[in-house]
Write a protein that binds this ligand. Structure first.
Ligand SMILES: CCCSCc1cc(N)cc2c(=O)[nH]c(N)nc12
Ligand SMILES: [Zn+2]
Length: 370
């Protein structure tokens, strides 16, 4: 029996947007979906029960971080990541490559894998496709990701081309190493910001064949129009009846564009990281709660928001908490931002269900004056 099954429920008449249902070992997910990031086995400041209350269906964790601390063997011995963090719904783990390149010190890449120093204590480590798969199988998430190289941005065409070829060879090694029958494995498409390399990588990864397909190498500092163009470059190559995930995306406007390009799954630290910095998402754009203008503002963050925070707390109080560096500031701000992202996806699913995604997209931009 396959670790996951994906049902394409409805295609939007005016775009590539689609409704889907992804069934995993730990339950089903309605797509398009945003996946909160729980890097170190916690979506910062939120309990699992609160994550469910704000609409989370699936959350992410990070192989790199959990390998370094507390260790994947420890988590495996204690029953796996679901039990360790008291989350009994779907989970996805990233493969660690991206974090090694973006967090690790003094990393050295070879055909075999990557040697790097821990960002925590400088200790030396090595991760290969086989090691990444072994870590993810020990953690036991419902979806594992292939070990890939996310090329730096910008990078020479020749470097990006060699890099995508390495990612393909690593993807093949990941597929051969992956044994866990209750865990799906997604391939990752690279190719930088070059349309023809994106298409070449998409062909190579789909030729190997995976349970789902991700676009990597985006949200790495490129201009938005470049990011959006790359989203459209390989939609026609990725199998229509497989789940499609764009890694590290993104801001609300990027989510709308990614759905418009035919993608189903997204993750980003933005709602929780921005929350801790006081940046709050609303139906009329972003606000920063530390601004003096909110000092005596008794209105909610967003009058159009139905979340627990907007129903019970004023901007004045949230500004006070933030300026006082109270822990509750991170909790309430994260609660509202996650609700905003997850409610946006629920509105998108409803619009696709009505065959009205194109008008939803127009209204979304109109409400933000763009
Ligand atoms: C928990 C974090 C998941 S997404 C991390 C991520 C984010 C972005 N932006 C790109 C990549 C990528 O190219 N490859 C991989 N494995 N991961 C990426
Ligand atoms: Zn709210």
């Amino acid at each position: 029996m396959a670790a996951i099954s994906f049902e394409l429920i409805k295609k939007d008449p005016g775009s590539l947007a689609r409704l889907g249902s992804l069934t995993t070992t730990h339950g089903s997910i309605q797509t398009p979906i945003f996946m909160p990031v729980g890097t170190q086995a916690t979506v910062k400041a939120m309990t699992p029960e609160e994550l469910v209350e704000v609409g989370s269906q699936i959350i992410l964790a990070n192989t790199y971080h959990l390998y370094l601390r507390p260790g994947h063997e420890l988590i495996g011995r204690l029953g796996g990541l679901h039990r360790f963090m008291h989350w009994d719904r779907p989970m996805l783990t990233d493969s660690g490559g991206f974090q090694v390149f973006s967090l690790g010190e003094l990393r050295k890449i070879s055909e075999e894998g990557v040697n790097f120093r821990s960002h925590i204590d400088g200790s030396r480590h090595f991760i290969s496709p086989e090691v990444s798969i072994a870590i993810q199988e020990a953690l036991g998430a419902d979806i594992a990701m292939c070990f890939d190289e996310c090329p730096p941005y910008p990078a020479e065409y020749s470097y990006v081309q060699k890099s995508l070829e390495l990612t393909t060879r690593w993807a093949l090694r990941c597929k051969k190493a992956h044994q866990r029958p209750d865990q799906a494995l997604f391939g990752i498409v690279q190719g930088g910001m070059h349309p023809e390399l994106r298409r070449e990588s998409a062909r190579q990864i789909t030729d190997i064949g995976f349970d789902g397909y991700a676009l990597g190498g985006l949200s790495v500092g490129e201009e938005k129009e470049v990011m959006h163009r790359m989203m459209h470059e390989c939609s026609d190559i990725l199998p229509e009846n497989s789940p499609r995930y764009i890694m590290g995306i993104g801001a609300p406007e990027d989510l709308v564009e990614a759905v418009n390009a035919g993608f189903d799954m997204f993750d980003c630290v933005m709602p929780t990281r921005n929350a801790r910095n006081g940046a709050l998402f609303t139906s009329f754009g972003r606000i920063n709660i530390k601004a003096a203008v909110y000092a005596e503002d008794q209105s909610p963050i967003d009058p159009a928001c139905s979340c627990y925070v907007c129903r019970n707390y004023s901007r004045a109080y949230l500004r006070h908490l933030y300026r006082s560096q109270e822990i509750l500031a991170s909790r309430l701000n994260s609660w509202h931002n996650l609700h905003y992202f997850l409610d946006l996806m629920a509105q998108i699913r409803a619009a696709i269900g009505r065959g009205e995604f194109a008008s939803f997209r127009n209204d979304f931009y109109a409400a933000r004056g763009s």
